[in-house]
Design a binder for this molecule. Structure first.
Ligand SMILES: [Zn+2]
Length: 443
């Protein structure tokens, strides 16, 4: 019998990781319950703006063949979950509330539209746990656990554009050690596999982007659009420790799915055409753009190119603002920008009129008092300013944050022309299953 499984909230701020759990779980299910993985695992990023999110805010979706009922499967998985969060991630001590959700595959197909709606809600909104429980009851979804059930149900509905992430995991004895990745090897990955792998290296801060910084079990993660190139990248990366195992996930990362449903409430993504009223650069480098609709757009220094471009915006410019609605003590409501598209640049500047007698430049004699030529001293009785075309160091088009956000699609990535290869996936899945069988992990 085919089942779809959602898993969430197995990591803690210190140890463990829901993706890590999902890999050893599939190995455990395979070896002990002949449960076969029917598709690559899915890494599903959810609402990036929820303040109390787990690290990275991701859940996992698995599609498997299991010989038994969904209740039996739920019990087997959840007892393994409890062992993991007790022994590996210490998640319970750190306030995590793991959860799982399981559905029969046939039901999943029949109810897919509803699941997809729940998934989009999980990306763009905050879902209360009672709502999730009612949804599960109505739709025959078997639940175990606590708050993690929300992300687990949301994960079930992931569909649409996807990219891949290859994640390598460290041996447990290395979790507390500093990761040592050869920087040049990461640059070589970039040179030989970009753009089919991306977000590997930050050349401005001269640092790899593939490694997390905490004590979780991930050595590094490589994002990309081709399985073959991800494997090549892994072969190129040099580190001073052996990896324990690795997995490739299908993921909604880098697909812009968070802009599919926009809103104007706190923690929702928003997208709107606005006209710039005023630009202020704060001490420290953050930029505040006020719009004619009185929106306050925040462009943090950390956004790099986006912040630099925001500094050059002027009154009258028209942009499409993309960002997250956040509460602010000083302003009530702000929009944290992750991207803007310039539609119109205002390129006229008001200047003092030229002298009609000699063509010289003029000084103002005070508000509404006219102008006097600097050269021949002729006085012009006008209150009107002239306009002059000015050079703008911006061009029309898209500007995007440099700091990495999981769901944000890189400007260069063309998902439409880069459909992942079905054949490549099947081939890799077969290979991956055999590594799962060999994996010898003891909680
Ligand atoms: Zn003059």
């Amino acid at each position: 019998m085919k089942y779809v499984i959602g898993i969430d909230d197995h990591d803690s701020y210190k140890f463990g990781c829901t993706t890590h759990f999902s890999v050893i779980l599939t190995s455990y299910l395979y070896k002990n319950h002949s449960t076969i993985l029917l598709d690559l695992p899915y890494l599903v990023r959810l609402n990036p703006n929820i303040p109390w999110k787990t690290r990275g805010n991701a859940s996992i979706k698995l599609i498997v063949e299991f010989n038994g009922t969904k209740k039996e499967l739920a019990d087997i998985i959840f007892s393994y979950s409890i062992e993991y969060v007790k022994d590996v991630s210490l998640a319970l001590e750190h306030g995590r509330k793991p959860g799982i959700a399981i559905m029969e595959y046939d039901k999943y197909i029949t109810l897919f539209d509803k699941l997809y709606d729940f998934y989009i809600k999980g990306i763009s909104d905050i879902i209360p746990i009672d709502y999730a429980k009612k949804f599960a009851e109505k739709n025959d979804i078997e639940l175990r656990g606590d708050r993690g059930i929300i992300g687990s149900i949301a994960g079930l509905g992931m569909s649409g554009d996807y990219t891949y992430e290859l994640i390598t995991y460290r041996k447990k004895e290395n979790w507390l050690k500093k990761r040592m990745i050869n920087k040049d090897s990461v640059k070589r990955v970039d040179e030989s596999t970009f753009p089919l792998t991306f977000a590997n290296y930050d050349y401005i801060n001269d640092t790899p982007l593939i490694t997390p910084h905490g004590t979780d079990p991930i050595l590094y993660g490589i994002r990309g659009a081709s399985i073959q190139h991800l494997i090549k990248a892994m072969e190129l990366i040099e580190s001073n420790e052996d990896i324990d195992f690795f997995a490739i996930f299908k993921t909604n990362q880098s697909t812009d799915i968070h802009f599919q449903k926009i809103g104007n409430r706190f923690y929702q993504e928003t997208k709107k055409v606005v006209q710039v009223k005023n630009v202020r650069i704060l001490e420290g480098g953050d930029v505040i753009v006020e719009t004619t609709d009185n929106d306050i757009l925040f462009v943090y220094k950390e956004t790099g190119e986006l912040n630099s471009a925001a500094k050059l915006l002027k009154k009258g410019d028209e942009i499409v603002a993309y960002g997250a609605v956040k509460p602010s003590i000083a302003y009530g409501k702000i929009i944290e920008l992750e991207r803007f598209e310039i539609l119109k640049l205002y390129d006229l500047e008001l200047v003092n009129p030229k002298c009609p007698r000699c063509g010289g430049s003029t000084n103002s004699l005070g508000k509404n008092k006219g102008y006097r030529c600097k050269k021949c001293k002729y006085i012009i009785n006008t209150t009107n300013k002239s306009t002059k075309n000015i050079m703008r160091n911006l061009s029309l088009g898209m500007y995007q944050t440099r700091s990495y956000r999981h769901l944000t699609k890189p400007i260069f990535l063309e998902l439409e022309n880069n459909k992942p290869s079905f054949y490549e996936e099947r081939k890799f899945l077969e290979m991956y299953r055999s590594t799962l069988y060999k994996l010898d992990y003891h909680l």
